[in-house]
Design a protein around this ligand. Structure first.
Ligand code: OSB
Ligand code: MG
Length: 384
């Protein structure tokens, strides 16, 4: 660093010292979805969210593991995350070491980003609360109005899809993402485009296609989509580069990106023009900020994805979107898009221009309501 230059927010975060932790609990809550959420890989009807509760000198912080009970979106599940957190990650958490040192210890555990993010987030939120600052301030970022996007799951009928798009447009969402799969793609996109010519629209295939579908995917170029998210396999980068060369529409990677190194590799071979950063999938907020910063520097669009989180994960994603590089509306929708009653208060709502206000107050700003957590708990375990 040159004299007079400010240290980057990320290096300030790396230097934070961990506080002593008195108790750690894993609490799994089950929240019914208002409607099933359909994707090419699975239809989810409830959210089983594993929460981490950390207590330190009378201050309590909560984080949320973004894994599902099943391995259909990612290989991690709530059960693998519990195992990795309890048996490997938590024993690495020691008072006085820095967050950078903790990350270095965590690197010894290969993969398992969702488990890592759960621990890192709980500690960051705890530190923010102990300092009496909002998470975005701890991240070194001013609050801003966060433009909101929505992810619309696969529907039974085109009419159901059009109704969902109509509601989203009326709400003022800044962009609409619709899920697609083999056999439910070009015609369904055409139906939406026919009705809503100018709406910022994108699709997400969750890896349902192969390079043999190139001609079919090229037909999507006719619809002025902002991007096509993860058209090819969840584990592929290189074939996406071939597909990107064959298409006008920007490709966006989601499942394929687990780290800054993955993002750098994908960008260097032209596998995508946009990256969906899910803080859980990439191992936490620091890695998310690194990816967003470097990708944006290279002209790559970045946005924050979602895992249909409860209000805890939703708040984390909102604070993250104050970071440098997040240039596109993300998948953080209103709480009411998924849940009747969430475990935090207040719920996420859009203002009349489709923006989300970053919650102020120490830590997440949103308050976890203990009674609601208790009412929804399906499993709880004290780890420390
Ligand atoms: O692919 O982005 C995805 C939800 C679960 C698993 C994968 C995905 C999604 C979403 C929903 O698209 C995003 C959200 O509303 O949180
Ligand atoms: Mg996706």
């Amino acid at each position: 660093m040159n004299p007079g230059e400010n240290p980057s927010p990320i290096s300030v975060l790396e230097a934070l010292a961990l506080p002593a932790v008195d108790h750690v609990d894993l609490v799994t809550v089950r929240l019914p979805f208002l409607a099933p959420f359909g994707t090419s890989v699975h239809v989810w009807t409830v959210k089983d969210a594993m929460l981490m509760r950390v207590e330190s000198a009378g201050v309590t912080s909560w984080s949320e593991c973004v894994s599902d009970p099943d391995p259909y979106y990612a290989y991690e599940t709530n059960t693998t995350a519990r195992h990795i957190i309890r048996d490997f990650l938590l024993p690495m958490v020691e008072p006085g070491i820095t967050l950078g040192e903790l990350e270095a210890r965590f690197r010894r555990v290969r993969g398992h980003g969702m488990a890592k993010a759960t621990v890192e987030n709980a500690l960051l939120i705890l530190i923010a609360m102990q300092r009496g600052v909002a998470l975005h301030e701890l991240l070194g970022r001013p609050a801003r109005r966060i433009p909101s996007g929505i992810s619309i799951g696969l529907k039974e009928t085109r009419q159901d899809l059009l109704s969902a798009v109509e509601r989203a447009v009326a709400k003022g969402y800044h962009r609409i993402k619709m899920k697609v799969k083999r056999g439910q793609d070009v015609d369904w996109v055409a139906a939406v485009r026919d009705r809503y010519a100018g709406v910022p629209l994108m699709v997400d295939a969750n890896g349902d296609y192969t390079l043999e579908d190139t001609a079919l995917l090229q037909r999507l170029d006719a619809f002025d989509l902002m991007m096509i998210e993860q058209p090819l396999s969840y584990s592929d980068i290189i074939e996406h580069a071939s597909l990107q060369r064959a298409m006008k529409t920007a490709l966006c990677l989601d499942e394929s990106i687990h780290s800054l190194a993955d993002a750098a590799a994908a960008i260097s071979i032209g596998a995508c023009r946009v990256i969906n950063v899910k803080q859980g999938r990439v191992g936490g907020l620091l890695e998310s900020m690194r990816i967003a910063h470097d990708a944006a520097d290279l002209g790559i669009g970045v946005w924050s994805g979602g895992m249909d989180e409860t209000g805890i994960g939703r708040a984390v994603n909102i604070h993250l979107q104050t970071a440098e590089g997040f240039s596109l509306p993300g998948d953080t929708s209103e709480t009411a898009n998924y849940f009747d009653e969430d475990i935090v208060d207040p719920p996420v709502v859009l203002d009349d221009e489709g923006f989300i206000r970053v919650p102020e107050g120490p830590g997440l700003g949103a308050r976890v309501v203990p009674d609601r957590v208790l009412k929804r708990t399906i499993r709880a375990e004290r780890l420390r």
